[in-house]
Write a protein that binds this ligand. Sequence first.
Ligand code: PGA
Length: 247
Amino acid sequence: MTAPTPLIAGNWKMNGTSASLAEAQAIAEGVGDCPARVAICPPSILIHRMAQALAGGKVLVGGQDAHWDDAGAFTGDISGEMLADAGAKLVILGHSERREGYRETDEVVANKARAALRAGLEPIVCVGETLEQRKAGRALEVVTGQVRGSLPAELAGQTFSVAYEPVWAIGTGLTPTTPEIEEVHRAIRATLVELFGEHGKSAPILYGGSVKPGNAAEILHADEVGGALVGGASLKAADFLAIVRAV
Ligand code: PGA
């Protein structure tokens, strides 16, 4: 099986208004024919306009979350079908800010992944240990447990990715060492193969947490790193493009 095509996805979180569409345009114009797939996941209210602005280009648009149900009485929530209807192709699920802030469990994340597949969206499922868990020597156990619990069997044969995002590295400027990243990514790969057999080799495993132009090349060339999920550095076209070009 050939190595998975790398994916560089920008997670804008709760940042951006109409004015930021120009930044997305600049990213789309700058990506050229880079070997990676590139996506921007803006706040949901910008998805439709961004998808229209970037239509026909290389840069895909994604959501940051989607509900586990397809429709119904869920005030304030957005379904996968709505994201897809607005032009999203992918969706981030189980980000640690959702797991922590909204008490999303592995089971909730797995149900969201099922719903995303029903809507034709490509899930990016996030996992990652806290600093406390790492210090206790439990990083591998926590992360592989999240992979087992958050990836439903329905992902077999589908296009998806896993993002390893150590909670303590998100937005902090701290990153694990390259051997630490490789250790976790190899463990995730082994778990994917255990769950999905040969197909488990085709999903890229992204690294996320303080990826910047200055550290992107080393991280992206590490063993079993198949791309990046980029927060803060995806908000500025120049920084995001520098990361894309480091693939
Ligand atoms: P960061 O965020 O790049 O700002 O650390 C990454 C993420 O939360 O996906």
